[in-house]
Design a protein around this ligand. Sequence first.
Ligand code: PGA
Length: 254
Amino acid sequence: MDIIIKTNYQEMSLAAASIIADLIRSKPDCVLGLATGSTPLGMYRELIRMHKEEGLDFSQVKTFNLDEYLGIGMDLAKSYDQDRSSARFMQEEFFKHINLQKVNIHLPDGLAKDINKFCAWYEEEIVRAGGIDLQVLGIGANGHWAFNEPGSSLSSRTRVQQLAQQTIDDNYESFYKKAGVSKETMPHFAVTLGIGTILESKHALMLANGEKKTTIVAKALQGPVTSEITASAIQMHKGKVTVVLDLAAAAQLK
Ligand code: PGA
């Protein structure tokens, strides 16, 4: 496991973006696993800059997103604060600014009629694409990877998962409160890639920044591997593993 510690969020974001850009330049048709959340935003902004100013070409890149809330999809009739779907996030923060082909973008479908069938299909699509070359990951304050909440099996596959109360509370404080959406009506379930699925990626690139992540980063990277902190499964990853942190997130590493 390579752990890269940068002085601040901006430096962390640039380091992560340059790892992805190097992969795209060496393998233009690579398969990227992508994550939503505040952590990768700076990385997406730098990749957009590289596309616009340096011609970084996404035209053959395939993407698979990690997760989506159940029962919602992108709804352009709503404001971005009201529509917190992963699909909308990716569209607003990344996809609409680069030259990915629509056909190469894969997002879990929170509105799928037969969700179990969809999950099986999504897994098959990843295999058909040749597997995920590089999987971008954050880490939740409760140690979750994607929406694999505490207690998820470390061999889990893509499936529906109930959100932990802490995740619901975090989402409420970050977005829904200011949009006037009540806690009762905001999403309580999600479709998520499983930990077993994530562990099959060829390269895991995990990012974390800020004091909120200090303790959980140390536990996940250097504590016991446990389903109570699903990101600790990173220690079981058999491929390449790169963790990029800022100083605050790395503060409790031994
Ligand atoms: P964050 O979320 O990037 O918004 O902190 C990370 C996660 O939940 O995986």
